[in-house]
Design a protein around this ligand. Structure first.
Ligand SMILES: *Cc1c(COP(=O)(O)O)cnc(C)c1O
Length: 385
């Protein structure tokens, strides 16, 4: 190992201290920090790369495609993808999976119109611009779910082009789930013959498979593709995610990009070969039952946080099967200390697996003091916009 100059080595130590400290008050973003992948560290010493289609043989042999396929198979069972006709790959995160889903939809329906709600993740606007996809924003309801009347009216006006629905399975700020049955019902009522549904299930895609009464959220509910983040609920020091789609759709567009003996089906060229190992390790070491227990505890902790806040008269709430607790936005110091995600008048914490009741107690006490202190009283009345 090469030695670093002393001052540079100090810099690293300082950064590590800072990160460890910040990790103690990490309540606002859905990135699980309870993982231990040290058994996999030797793989970091190899120039591995998962370039290309994980289901196709590749000339580049230093890859982890075999375990990537195992991970895809596990996601296939969680999302009830058609078992002999699904396709997918491990992405760099939820955004890439969403871009892939809309890319596929746009290739299948070049004249299609993408519909997504106001509460959709900020990256979707960028995806529309990158893909040059025609799109219309649909109103949201106050809980963050799509306004189905607005969807109906808007699609009705544009009946001549195939709708591409970008559905939220857990919105970023409020954890709301768009109702796929209602969306399909609207297509039926309007007698729309061809449409495409992509599910953005960044966080909730790893929650809903493990609860007793999930909302419709997967291939059984008529979706065509789904994107789930890997570094959120599962946890990873390197951002990652998964995208799954129907194989028939992928093949229809893959033919046109076939080159030098493999299929350039993925959005990026070189791909991370380590993150599939992290996800594989997480699944194999935690298991379905393990995730059921973890998710159940996260939901209990979300209710615990809501109870605590209610006790102080703070209007806190969550959506069904969501671990995102919404409350009035506090002052900037608290937002920064606890790394809260904020939007206009609201803020949230997400009771991820690393969030303890002790942290919730500390946070709620500070939140209550802050909201009383800094005259956020008007926010207290209602944060439901
Ligand atoms: C986090 C998130 C994304 C983006 O995922 P990345 O993994 O950060 O790219 C997209 N949609 C929703 C609903 C999210 O919560």
């Amino acid at each position: 190992m090469k030695q670093l100059p002393k001052e540079d080595s100090k810099k690293l130590d300082k950064l590590m201290n800072h990160l460890q400290e910040a990790a103690e008050t990490f309540l606002g973003y859905p990135c699980n920090r309870t993982f231990d992948y040290s058994a996999l560290y030797p793989f970091l010493g190899l120039p591995i790369n998962n370039v290309g289609d994980p289901f196709m043989p590749s000339v580049f042999g230093l890859n982890t495609h075999a375990l990537e396929r195992e991970v895809l198979d596990i996601f296939k069972s969680y999302t009830h993808a058609p078992s002999d006709s699904f396709w997918g790959y491990i992405t760099n995160g939820g955004t890439e999976g969403n871009m892939y889903g809309i890319f596929l939809a746009r290739e299948l329906h070049p004249d299609g119109m993408v519909y997504y709600s106001e509460d959709t993740h900020y990256s979707v606007n960028k995806i529309m611009r990158v893909l040059h996809a025609r799109n219309i924003m649909i109103k949201s309801q106050s809980n963050g779910e799509m306004d189905y009347d607005d969807l109906y009216e808007t699609v009705r006006i544009h009946r001549d082009v195939p709708p591409i629905i970008f559905a939220n399975i857990g919105t970023t700020m409020k954890g709301a789930v768009d109702n796929l049955d209602k969306i399909r019902g609207i297509m039926k009522r309007l007698a729309i013959p061809r449409y495409y549904i992509h599910a953005d299930a960044a966080l909730s895609g790893m929650i809903l498979p493990f609860v007793d009464h999930p909302q419709p959220c997967d291939f059984r509910a008529g979706i065509d593709s789904i994107s789930i983040s890997g570094h959120k609920m599962i946890g990873s020091p390197i951002p990652c995610g998964v995208v799954l789609a129907k194989k028939g759709n992928v093949e229809r567009i893959a033919r046109s990009v076939e080159y030098i003996g493999t299929f350039d089906t993925t959005l990026t060229g070189s791909r991370n070969a380590v993150t599939p190992l992290f996800l594989w390790y997480a699944f194999k070491s935690t298991g379905r039952e393990g995730f059921r227990n973890i998710i159940a505890e996260c939901i209990e902790n979300a209710d615990y946080a809501i109870d605590k806040m209610s006790h102080f008269g703070i209007d806190a709430w969550r959506n069904y099967n969501s671990i995102t607790v919404v409350f009035p936005r506090p002052g900037a110091a608290l937002v920064s200390k606890w790394q809260l995600a904020v939007q206009q008048k609201i803020a949230h914490i997400i009771t991820m697996p690393h969030v303890t009741r002790k942290q919730i107690d500390r946070f709620v006490a500070e939140l209550a003091a802050d909201l009383i202190d800094t005259d956020h009283a008007d926010h207290k009345k209602s944060n439901r916009q």
